[in-house]
Design a protein around this ligand. Structure first.
Ligand SMILES: Cc1cc2nc3c(=O)[nH]c(=O)nc-3n(C[C@H](O)[C@H](O)[C@H](O)COP(=O)(O)OP(=O)(O)OC[C@H]3O[C@@H](n4cnc5c(N)ncnc54)[C@H](O)[C@@H]3O)c2cc1C
Length: 350
């Protein structure tokens, strides 16, 4: 029997296993996808800059995450913003070039991609930690003596289980016996999954034409369908790309239809040269069943993220509802995931 089962090999699950690595515990992490990292997903291709399809930016306030990065010897780099931005206020007026004020609180990216953090954590796990991928947890059954965790392939038993799924996903996709109290089930179903509705887009070019003249790669548009976009070139500035978001309502288009929308918006600012892209990447997170499931009713961005009831445990301290959305500070963000891992590790050790 395993001591601990962690459901999900995202940042929370891997950090938790990392924090418990030298405590003499047998840990099994069960991951539904064929990769680890969850909502951290960097695409690496030869000759192209690494492209973030998930988490990208952090700030100096995210000190728990920064501490972990330091511990793992992972560098960060400042997000390039330029001195100007393309700004589109309304569809009836042409885009303007606006001057950006000096940024006293810049954003940072993880050098060589956010997934560096995932691989570094993975590399530090102890030999008593096993990661099973392509194993989808379907149900949890708590009896007096043990917990049975059932996937599509097998049943594993353990003494404690930690979910790191976005709470709405847990409530809707994993069957728990006996039932959890009504209040926590309802809370999970109305807890927003941060960025669950978002579409990330990345487009690679041979040259950074957006840095020429008075322009920059920073785009803010109320017209869309790209509301914001930024330079995503690598630290050495020899591989170039733009990266941003596409309005989440475009999830039902085909990839090519979305690409055409991206190109036609960029053309307004930079002209026909945008058609000469080298590669286009996108990720529609609302179509990924390991992150997103629709809500029973309307839920606002960040709703119930960090709710105080997520500090409780269930079934005599044998079940913990974790994941970034449950963190007491910066819930939904990478920093929240790391904080939550610290909180649960402490609960387990206590
Ligand atoms: C597009 C996007 C942009 C973002 N941008 C930023 C940003 O710039 N800065 C920032 O700080 N944060 C950002 N975030 C948020 C950040 O990615 C998350 O806070 C963090 O990665 C969450 O980690 P987690 O481990 O708590 O959850 P997850 O990463 O969601 O991990 C949960 C894991 O559980 C697995 N799983 C799901 N169901 C099952 C099942 N039934 N059985 C087994 N495994 C299962 C999933 O595959 C996943 O690996 C962004 C997120 C997205 C999607």
């Amino acid at each position: 029997m395993t001591d601990i089962i962690i459901i999900g090999a995202g940042l929370t699950g891997l950090t938790l296993a990392y924090l418990l690595r030298d405590k003499g515990l047998n840990i099994t992490i069960i991951e539904g996808r064929n990769r680890i990292g969850g909502r951290i997903h960097t695409i690496t291709k030869d000759d192209l800059t690494t492209m973030e399809m998930g988490a990208t930016w952090l700030g100096k306030k995210h000190n728990t995450l920064l501490q972990l990065l330091k511990e793992l010897n992972i560098d960060i780099m400042e997000q390039e913003m330029g001195t100007t931005a393309v700004y589109e206020a309304i569809s009836t007026s042409p885009p303007q070039i606006v001057q950006l004020p000096p940024n006293n609180d810049p954003s940072y990216r993880i050098k060589n991609g956010s997934s560096k953090l995932i691989t570094a954590l993975h590399d530090k796990l102890s030999t008593s930690t096993t990661i099973l991928t392509n194993e989808v947890v379907k149900s949890l059954r708590f009896t007096e003596n043990e917990i049975s965790v059932t996937t599509q392939n097998q049943v594993l038993n353990c003494s404690k289980v930690i979910s790191t799924l976005p709470p709405n996903l847990l409530a809707n996709t994993i069957d728990i016996t006996p039932n959890l109290p009504e209040d926590i089930s309802e809370l999970m179903k109305s807890t927003h999954t941060w960025m669950g509705e978002s579409i990330k887009i990345g487009i690679h070019y041979k040259a950074p034409f957006w840095q020429e003249g008075n322009l920059s790669g920073t785009i803010v548009s109320n017209v869309g369908p790209i509301p914001e976009m930024y330079d995503h070139s690598n630290k050495g500035k020899e591989r170039y790309a733009l990266k941003g978001f596409l309005n989440g309502n475009y999830f039902s288009l085909t990839k090519d239809q979305r690409l055409q929308k991206v190109l036609s918006q960029l053309k307004k600012y930079y002209g026909e040269q945008v058609d000469n892209y080298v590669h286009y990447e996108e990720k529609v997170w609302s179509q990924d069943s390991f992150t997103y499931v629709t809500y029973d009713h309307h839920v606002l961005p960040h709703q119930h993220n960090g709710h105080v009831n997520y500090r409780k445990s269930y079934f005599n301290n044998r079940f913990f509802i974790g994941g970034s959305e449950t963190a007491d500070q910066y819930p939904g963000y990478m920093d929240g995931a790391v904080r939550n891992a610290h909180f649960i590790a402490q609960q387990i050790l206590d």
